[in-house]
Design a protein around this ligand. Sequence first.
Ligand code: NAD
Length: 252
Amino acid sequence: MNEVLSGPDLKGKVALVTGGSRGIGRAISEAFAYAGARVAIMDLDGEGATAAAGSLPGEGHSGHQGNVADRESATGIVKQVQENLGTIDILVNNAGITRDNLLLRMKDEEFDDVIEVNLKGTFNLTRAVGRGMLKQRRGVILNIASVVGLMGNAGQANYAASKAGVIGFTKSVARELAPRGVRCNAIAPGFIRTDMTDALTEDQIGALQSQIPLARLGEPNDIAGVALFLVSPAACYITGQVLAVDGGMVMG
Ligand code: NAD
């Protein structure tokens, strides 16, 4: 059995997951840890990051308080993880925020904050791990975008722009780093049950479900399984792709 056919095995790999103290990032961290990786979780919520890292199966995980939108914070944590665990093999840019508002009511801060965290944060971390990955001529970057970045959403012009930006960024990085053995892909989740979607009313959920062919909201583990596949050797010939994991909402 070769490494592709034997299933996802991340033994000996070091993964950095941003926003991993809860929700989708936490589920991805768990999936990676079960597959044998050592996982470093970076989150604005430092206590949450430490607690989440401590709950993962296996040894060698760590939690770090940091802000992806802050360049110094990003480079500092990447350096710390490299010193403690070794070169980072896998980066998941998962940290993200929403500041929803209708276009004409949207404040400058609501637009800027979402771009700074979702798009600039993805850039900050990718640049910070890039040097090490290029040097070792291998690595995998996975960005968590959104179906909203593909199809738009009323009240989320800032968020949709940031996630469409992440998609363009993913394709450019994939082209730039492919000759050096580094892959870069994105997942575009549909509506997933986390704190981010907690504010949805039952009526809104009902309306959403009617647009989802699989007729349910997603769970964080629905994303984690696909993330594990995309960073594993089974996906070694996939780069620059955006995979919608959305119950069939966006097709084509
Ligand atoms: P969540 O709000 O439950 O978790 C986000 C995590 O990111 C939190 O732990 C938070 O502390 C952390 N975070 C926020 N800003 C940060 C920063 N500046 N630096 C470091 N950490 C920061 O959200 P979630 O639903 O798990 O979303 C995870 C990712 O998936 C986000 O990028 C989100 O845009 C994307 N996504 C979510 C959905 C959904 O329906 N839940 C759909 C599509 C895409």
